[in-house]
Design a protein around this ligand. Structure first.
Ligand SMILES: [Zn+2]
Ligand SMILES: [Zn+2]
Length: 282
């Protein structure tokens, strides 16, 4: 249909404008080491993010899904090049990560998080950087609850073998820092006034961080997180046909995010699927 193709083009264009503001395009001027973005540049990024918030939910999600399909590798590369002197730039990228539709509704984010090479060093870097910043550096419209959610998704979907002790994708030391910081935060009396989303996020994240490092006698390392991921994959319908739920045998070769039992179901689904089908590089 003409309308849906047009909308998809719009999503891609708006996502690209956002990526340009964040200096994530090939043609972008990369940020020099030890230099943060200017207040003016930060202001225009924040303005664009807030403008996105005013769009209807399905349009905003469409833009962020297109962003996930096209710009996550550049975002991860940019984060890898940054250090503690570039807090505004880092927190802008973290804000975007925390605003993306969650992995269960966003197969591109799911795909990216599971790509060990693409995510290399990012989980520990984020835990280390953000432990020191929570709660001072959360940018509206994101919230602490969103940031906690982002860490939960990292723990659930990234490979536990990325951590030095293979129990979680975040190394033991930054994991402990994160845990200490959240416990410190939630023991303050003012935490009672935090939103339900923030409180629930903190509780879940602490639970997962504590649970993943417990010894499971006779089980492989990272068993807790691996089991959780398998369950989530099942809930996302991975491994079964996107139309009839029979065993999946073929996948969409363009986006590699959906699978089907055969050509017939794939053909039947195309009208719906093409709206969210993007060519991905990861
Ligand atoms: Zn089928
Ligand atoms: Zn596809």
């Amino acid at each position: 249909m003409a309308t849906s193709t047009h909308t998809k083009k719009d999503f891609t264009r708006i996502a690209r404008d956002l990526a340009a503001d964040l200096r994530l395009l090939e043609s972008s001027d990369k940020l020099h080491r030890d230099v943060d973005i200017s207040p003016k540049e930060n202001g225009s990024v924040q303005l664009r993010i807030r403008a996105l918030e005013t769009l209807p939910r399905e349009v905003r999600d469409g833009v962020y899904v297109a962003f996930s399909a096209h710009h996550l590798p550049a975002l991860a590369d940019a984060l890898r090049d940054m250090n503690g002197t570039q807090l505004e730039a880092i927190t802008n990228l973290v804000q975007i990560l925390s605003l993306l539709p969650e992995p269960r509704a966003n197969p591109y984010l799911r795909r990216f998080l599971r790509n060990t090479e693409a995510m290399d060093t990012i989980p520990s870097f984020l835990a280390m950087t953000l432990s020191g910043l929570i709660p001072h550096y959360v940018k509206e419209p994101s919230t602490l609850g969103h940031i906690f959610g982002m860490f939960i998704h990292i723990l659930q979907w990234c490979d536990p073998s990325m951590g030095h002790d293979s129990l979680a994708p975040i190394h033991p030391q930054p994991r402990q820092m994160l845990l200490d910081r959240i416990n410190e935060l939630t023991s303050h009396s003012v935490w009672q006034d935090a939103s339900e989303l923030d409180q629930a996020g903190a509780r879940s994240l602490v639970m997962i961080l504590e649970e993943c490092q417990k010894d499971k006698p006779g089980k492989e390392k990272g068993y807790y997180l691996r089991t959780m991921r398998k369950e989530l994959e099942r809930m996302c319908g991975e491994g079964v046909c996107g139309v009839c739920q029979a065993e999946a045998k073929v996948g969409c070769s363009k986006c590699r995010t959906v699978r089907y039992c055969g050509a017939e179901c794939q053909k039947e689904d195309w009208g719906k699927h093409k709206i969210v089908c993007y060519d991905v590089s990861f």
